[in-house]
Design a protein around this ligand. Structure first.
Ligand SMILES: Nc1nc2c(ncn2[C@@H]2O[C@H](COP(=O)(O)OP(=O)(O)OP(=O)(O)O)[C@@H](O)[C@H]2O)c(=O)[nH]1
Length: 372
């Protein structure tokens, strides 16, 4: 069934929270795996590789501290993502730079780079998009590609100048960078699509929320109430369960406006609505039916129980001043009769409300009996 009309912004918030939790868990998992891989590489390292001997433990400690702070929630998700991309990027690119500056001759380690290090550059590009979104991913991806391209082009161009057509290294390079460029394009397209779908979802949910919500008090408006009522009437028909309509009207609201001003009148409506929504159950509907009139629909509740609930609500309103003003309310109640249409139940509840007003206000009248 369609969610309750007031719940659409809530749906966006829930979805955002779910995404954040998912991201947090993913990053913690990736951090733990990265530290494990680095420590294993360190334990089984070849002798004479100072980069692994020194840099891997240093990076492992940095990542562990980051992970711990993230796990304790001392780091915001966004800060964590930027720091993570910066640390991992520094790690990967400094290893690449080290290879070219200190490592074996180019010809021998280029194949190793092809298979061993460019996947890391690729992960850096993809990770940038996942963590930082489209713009941040583009900046990280293009900067990474330019950096690794500049590093290798400088080395390979020397080989090309010396060996001419016999230097095949530039073919490797071209292929790798072409592949990385395709990866960048595909990941950026995927990220853009994901971001557009998400903002379309958020926009649709927000529009849906405001189309069905009263802007003054945040309860469902008449349109939202209509949707809820027709769905619940169908359920009542199908499962033979009661559905009760409660109409509540603030007494002498015009004089509240006249005596205290329109702003106080608005505040009364807002606080009145807050009391109503606290009083009803999760499965009930509380809506602003129009002006100073509210509608509560209670699926699965019979006339007698609805009358008790309405009395409790009326007494709560009577007891405490609302926005500094003494307020009372009058209530009319009717039960939906299967097959008779929900409008019929609403107009019978309205007739009860009218009778209660005529009988002196601040009271509840149901179709069956009258209570002071
Ligand atoms: N401040 C404020 N006033 C509103 C709003 N919507 C409707 N009103 C006013 O609510 C008043 C309702 O007045 P009436 O329908 O005469 O009802 P009442 O004064 O409550 O009298 P009874 O219902 O017979 O007790 C009107 O004066 C409207 O202008 C609103 O959003 N804010």
């Amino acid at each position: 069934m369609d969610p309750a009309p007031g719940n659409h912004l809530q749906a966006v918030k829930i979805e955002l929270n779910r995404l954040e939790t998912y991201r947090r868990r993913t990053y913690l998992g990736v951090l733990a795996l990265t530290v494990a891989i680095m420590m294993l590489s360190w334990a089984f390292r070849e002798q004479g590789d100072p980069f692994i001997t020194i840099a891997y433990p240093v990076f492992s400690v940095i990542l562990t501290i980051l992970g711990f702070a993230f796990w304790r929630r001392s780091l915001q998700l966004r800060t964590m993502e930027i720091t993570l991309v910066a640390v991992v990027g520094t790690m990967i690119l400094s290893r690449l730079a080290w290879h070219f500056a200190v490592g074996d001759p180019l010809g021998e380690h280029l194949l190793l780079l092809t298979g061993g290090h460019y996947w890391a550059v690729g992960i850096m590009i993809v990770g940038g998009f996942i963590a930082l979104g489209f713009r941040g991913g583009m900046v990280t991806g293009v900067a990474t590609l330019l950096f690794s391209g500049a590093l290798t082009t400088q080395e390979v161009s020397q080989c090309f100048l010396a060996a001419g057509d016999h230097c095949q290294n530039w073919v490797y390079l071209l292929r790798i960078h072409l592949f990385l460029t395709v990866l960048l394009v595909l990941t950026s397209a995927g990220t853009l699509l994901r971001e557009r779908s998400w903002s379309a979802f958020a926009r649709a949910e927000t529009l849906h929320h405001w189309a069905n919500t009263d802007p003054l008090c945040g309860l469902a408006n008449r349109r939202g109430a209509d949707r809820f009522l027709s769905a619940e009437a169908a359920q009542a028909d199908r499962y033979q369960r009661p559905l009760t309509i409660i109409l509540i009207d603030i007494d002498e609201f015009k004089s509240i406006n006249d005596d205290y001003g329109h702003e106080v009148g608005d505040a009364v409506i807002r606080e009145f609505a807050a009391i109503l929504s606290k009083t009803v159950r999760e499965v009930d509907l509380a809506a602003r039916w129009g002006g100073d009139e509210f509608l509560v629909a209670t699926p699965g509740v019979d006339l007698r129980s609805a009358r008790h609930a309405a009395q409790r609500c009326r007494r709560a309103i009577e007891r405490a001043p609302i926005a500094g003003v003494s307020v009372t309310a009058t209530v009319g109640i009717a039960e939906y009769l299967p097959g008779q249409g929900i409008e019929d139940a609403i107009s019978r509840a309205d007739a009860m409300l009218y009778r209660a007003k005529a009988a002196g206000r601040n009271r509840v009248i149901t179709e069956a009996c009258e209570l002071a």
